[in-house]
Every structure is written in C-alpha cells, then in structure tokens.
Design a protein around this ligand. Sequence first.
Ligand SMILES: Nc1ncnc2c1ncn2[C@@H]1O[C@H](COP(=O)(O)OP(=O)(O)OP(=O)(O)O)[C@@H](O)[C@H]1O
Length: 265
Amino acid sequence: MTTEQVAAPGAASLAPRVPAVRVAGVHKTFRRAEGMQTVLQDINIDVLPGEFVCLLGSSGCGKSTLLNLISGLDQPSSGRIEVPAGRPALMFQEHALFPWLTAGKNIELVLRLRGVPKAERRTRAEELLNLVRLQDAYGKRAHELSGGMRQRVALARALAQDSQVLLMDEPFAALDAITRDVLHEELTRIWETTGISVVFVTHNVREAVRLAQRILLMSCRPGRVAHEWGIDLPQPRRPEDPDVAALSVEITDQLREEIRRHARD
Ligand SMILES: Nc1ncnc2c1ncn2[C@@H]1O[C@H](COP(=O)(O)OP(=O)(O)OP(=O)(O)O)[C@@H](O)[C@H]1O
C-alpha cells in the first residue's frame, strides 16, 4: 500500500494540522429483510484543508453511504464524523436544479438561504456563473441547458454555499466523455483557485487519477479502505501521459482484485 502523504496546495482558514474532515472508526450497519448488513467497517480518513480526495470503489461498496455520513444526511452506527471546516456543500449526479427558476435564480436561492443581502445576490450569482464559464446562462432554465451546462450550474450553486468542503457524488457520471473531460479541467481549476477540500466519489479509475491528490480504494461487503495512493503528478493530467497511464493500470488491477475477492466471499 502506498501511503504517501500529500500537502494540500489550497488555502484554508484552518491550522495546517486540523483536518477539514475527520472520519474516525466509523461503522455503518443497515437493517434489511435478511438481517443486519454492515456496509462500512472501521473507516478512518482525515481530509486536509484544501485536499482533493477521491473515494473509488465498485458499485455498492458504500461510497455514497460514506458521503452521506460526512454530509450529515445520515449518522454512523458507531464512530465519529467531524467536519471542523464547517457544513459541507453537496453535488450529485442529478443536477437537482429547480426547473421553474433560471440558473441565476437557482444560485440566488442558496445565497438568500445563507442570508446574503438581496442587493449582493445577483452580482455574486453572476460571479459564480463566470467561475464555471457560463456567463450567458443567468436567465436560462435547466431545460434550455445541455447536461454539461446543468452540471456547471449545479457546481456554481454548490459553491454558492461558500463551504470549505465540497462533497461530490459521481457528479459527471451521466455526461459524455468529452464533456466530462472538460468539466474535469474546470473542476481542477476551481479547486486550485478556491482552495476548498473536495471529497469526490467515483467508480471510474481514470476520473480518480485525473483529479485526485489522494485516492482511497474501497473494498466491498463490508466497505473498508483497502488501498491508498498519494498522487503528486502535475495538473492538468492527460490519460496518455505515461505516469498517469501507469498509475491507472496499477489502480485498475487493485480494483479488479477487490472485485474478485468480493465475488469469492
Ligand atoms: N438506507 C439504506 N437502507 C438499507 N441499505 C442501504 C441503505 N443505503 C444504502 N444501502 C446499502 O448499502 C450498500 C452500499 O450502498 P452505496 O449506495 O453506499 O454504495 P455505492 O458504493 O455508492 O454504490 P454505487 O456506486 O452503485 O452508487 C448497498 O448494498 C445498499 O443497498
């Protein structure tokens, strides 16, 4: 297992040794018709301020469950979740924009809920749309936007929460490969600019290697952190770069091994 610890480049208001997110000894069990199912077992993760961490694993290994626990949407059966950086923002595969509101108003709604004065909301919404390179989308509704554009608005809306931590659950999984690629580039740029911590869930090895400073590979049933890689390859990374390709092969082999092990159990 490679456990190279990587320094986060981003800014953050927290002292360097205080993690943005701490998951300590977390177990999660669900009651099901066939009995109790342990989905997560003894998960221990510290996410540093400004760090980009990918949770990688095959379908059903508990990635979304872990993200839900970090977000506070669900509680661990035992162990502790701490988010010293404050309430995280969330982004999912589904954009979940309100269809009756324009892109700008979707963002302004979050600003309003945060108590941002009315006079400032429009300017801030436009700034956020600029940040995701959607300057012209302020007055457009979701049905007038492409899938990639909707996810950009969803990202802008998540950033409107002004959180230090962004939790992303397969946000680009429904997009075509080229659009996904462009959004990877945008997300990397935004992460570098804002210095937020990102916890990004995916089952796509290439996506994880493209984005992350640290990849945590989860095993299945129960979900545990089976392997960890620290990645200090420069951004932007291209799949065909030899180091990126070699790492993708190494991680894919480990993922296959985890899937085989799970099938044998
Ligand atoms: N509320 C729940 N009640 C019962 N079982 C649940 C609940 N939520 C999740 N599970 C189970 O926990 C396991 C892990 O699910 P989870 O959605 O976290 O996996 P995942 O790794 O995110 O999968 P995918 O990549 O397919 O989204 C699955 O077996 C799922 O059926």
